[in-house]
Design a protein around this ligand. Sequence first.
Ligand code: ZN
Length: 147
Amino acid sequence: MLTLADLGVLRGIHQDDEGTIVVAITPTYSGCPAMATMRADLQSRLARAGFDRVEVRTVLSPPWSTDWISEQGKRKLAEHGISPPRPAQHRAGGPVPLTLTPAPRVICCPLCGSTDTERTSEFGATACKSLHRCRSCGEPFDHVKEI
Ligand SMILES: [Zn+2]
């Protein structure tokens, strides 16, 4: 449902002097198992479109953030019952304060819009999502965690 552009994974694409299509992508989470699939999909789709010389480059800096998910991507997530990430809290560097308890977060139910929700698990079907339940409509839902 989301394109690589929606996800903010697609950083750039150009054709070099030898005619090779060079695609730059930034991984979402380190160790995200979907990256190999994304890379293979890019190569097969471009090959189908007639571009047989394709190079997919991984760009690690700056690191990907959920802030790179487009507004259209966030809307598609919500339309599919997944709570989109809120703006991530970025630090300008320096020490990273650690806490033993998670910061309280208000997560809206993507199904009814209620803020009366609770987290049932820090990890959902994938490591990048947490599991929540809406106390208003009773439905469970995933939330894409902010990074
Ligand atoms: Zn609800």
